[in-house]
Design a protein around this ligand. Structure first.
Ligand SMILES: [Zn+2]
Length: 258
């Protein structure tokens, strides 16, 4: 197997594992439950899951989407989240390449997926999730610094953080209630990470989020599923903008030399 093949396969496995953890985060964070304890259990019969039942995707398929104890249906959202995370991780690997910034981009991928799902479900983006994302980025910076890499990540990260969250905060004030502070914080984190690729990608992230949001909004109005005043969770569009910014980086790296 070629080197990039081996790295890609490892990334799929990492994505499935992190996707499995994303499911735990999506379920527990809005409920204020601990992410570590107790171990995973069936939400219907409370039986603790065996090691096999924790295997991503495969266990769900072999159990035909049902709990082995009580037979209750297990949502297809679980294996879909695991597969989605694996796909997005490999996508980032191929587009960003194997270097330090990939670590931050993967942290952003995880937060984007979890934030989108929670926002769709409960219409808010928990502070704990975004703060955890910042914490992981800071840990990466310390590890990167200790490993002898002296690239100036810290100033880039904070300049992009202030620019992206500032821009969205201004838009939130002007649009009056269309957007929440959770959206501002999420854009701050993902914008800071996009800034590590280059400042133009922060702009592409925000532009992409609004483009997707507008297309979706117009489609809903056209299908008469919503009117101009309907509230739509914005988190998934921010996540989509973040994904698109990686594509832009791949095809036009070092855009404008910034
Ligand atoms: Zn059960």
């Amino acid at each position: 197997m070629s080197l990039i093949g081996a790295i890609s396969l490892s990334m799929v496995l990492l994505g499935l594992l992190i996707g499995s953890f994303a499911n735990v985060a999506v379920y527990r964070i809005p409920r204020g439950e601990s992410l570590i304890k107790p171990r995973s259990h069936c939400v219907s019969c409370d039986r603790e899951l065996s090691a096999f039942e924790n295997v991503p995707v495969i266990s769900w398929v072999l159990q035909k989407g049902r709990c082995r104890g009580c037979g209750v249906r297990i949502s297809a959202r679980y294996p879909v989240t695991e597969l989605l995370t694996a796909v997005v991780f490999v996508y980032s690997l191929w587009l960003v390449g194997v270097h330090w910034t990939l670590a931050y981009v993967l942290i952003g991928d995880f937060v984007a997926i979890v934030a989108s799902e929670i926002d769709l479900e409960v219409r808010r983006i928990p502070n704990l999730l975004v703060i955890s994302g910042f914490g992981l980025c800071l840990v990466s910076m310390v590890v990167q610094f200790l490993s002898g890499d002296s690239s100036r990540q810290l100033d880039r990260f904070f300049i992009a953080l202030i620019a992206s969250s500032g821009a969205l905060y201004a838009i939130a004030l002007i649009s009056r209630g269309g957007m929440g502070m959770g959206d501002v914080k999420l854009v701050g984190l993902l914008g800071a990470i996009a800034g590590l690729l280059g400042y133009p990608y922060v702009f592409i992230l925000i532009l992409g989020a609004f483009a997707f949001g507008s297309i979706f909004g117009i489609a809903l109005i056209a299908l008469k599923r919503a009117d101009r005043k309907s509230a739509v969770p914005f988190g998934p569009f921010i996540g989509a903008g973040y994904i698109v910014s990686q594509l832009a980086y791949h095809f036009t790296p070092h855009l404008l030399g910034l």
